[in-house]
Design a protein around this ligand. Structure first.
Ligand SMILES: [Zn+2]
Ligand SMILES: [Zn+2]
Length: 197
């Protein structure tokens, strides 16, 4: 796959568009992160981003969708969705042996302030070294954060009847449901054991 890297020297100061393909394998590996989701990629995705450079800091703003497929955890129907992924991140050069930035009064933290900052309050910062930025780790993390852990076809999905397997979204099967609560089942078996003794 093409590398998801940005050459900082090549970014226009006035901002520019950037685009890259995310192969299905990339999306799949992101979905198997920690904790893994129960989705898999339904295809490849395309990342479209806006890059803005101030000094050596680079603001990356991106919104794209990843096509996902999974199985509803309640009714086992196939779930297909396009999950929107937002990525807004400022890459700041990792402090090197370069000139020490001026220190604010009453501010004696050891680490130097980044040379340029967009809005540290709202935009996450990520350090980078050298002159290339690798977007892959941030993209992977953002996909994992945005995707729900398990697929549900609908928040109101009633699932399958544990007794007869009927899809309860279509019709109620009339099976007795209360006896199937595992807590009751456990109680019942305890009572049976007592009687046997
Ligand atoms: Zn369902
Ligand atoms: Zn039933």
């Amino acid at each position: 796959m093409e590398p998801l890297t940005i050459d900082v020297d090549e970014i226009d100061e006035s901002g520019q568009a950037w685009q890259a393909d995310l192969p299905r394998e990339f999306v799949d590996s992101a979905l198997r992160g920690e904790p893994p989701t129960e989705f898999h990629a339904a295809g490849a995705a395309t990342v479209r981003a806006r890059l803005t450079k101030i000094g050596r800091s680079v603001l990356v703003q991106s919104r794209f969708t990843v096509p996902l497929e999974g199985q509803c955890k309640r009714c086992l129907k196939k779930v297909r969705l396009d999950e929107p992924i937002d990525l807004t991140l400022t890459y700041v050069p990792r402090a090197g042996p370069a000139p020490e930035p001026p220190r604010r009064a009453g501010h004696d933290r050891a680490e130097p302030e980044p040379a340029a900052s967009f809005d540290a309050e709202t935009v996450d910062e990520e350090p980078y070294s050298g002159k290339t930025i690798d977007l892959a780790p941030a993209l992977r993390e953002q996909i994992l954060l945005a995707v729900p852990p398990s697929p549900v076809c609908d928040e109101a999905c009633k699932g399958l009847c544990p007794t007869c397997g009927k899809d309860l979204n279509a019709d109620d099967c009339g099976c007795e449901k209360t006896t199937l609560d595992p807590r009751w089942a456990a109680l019942k078996s305890i009572q049976l054991e007592k009687k046997e003794k």
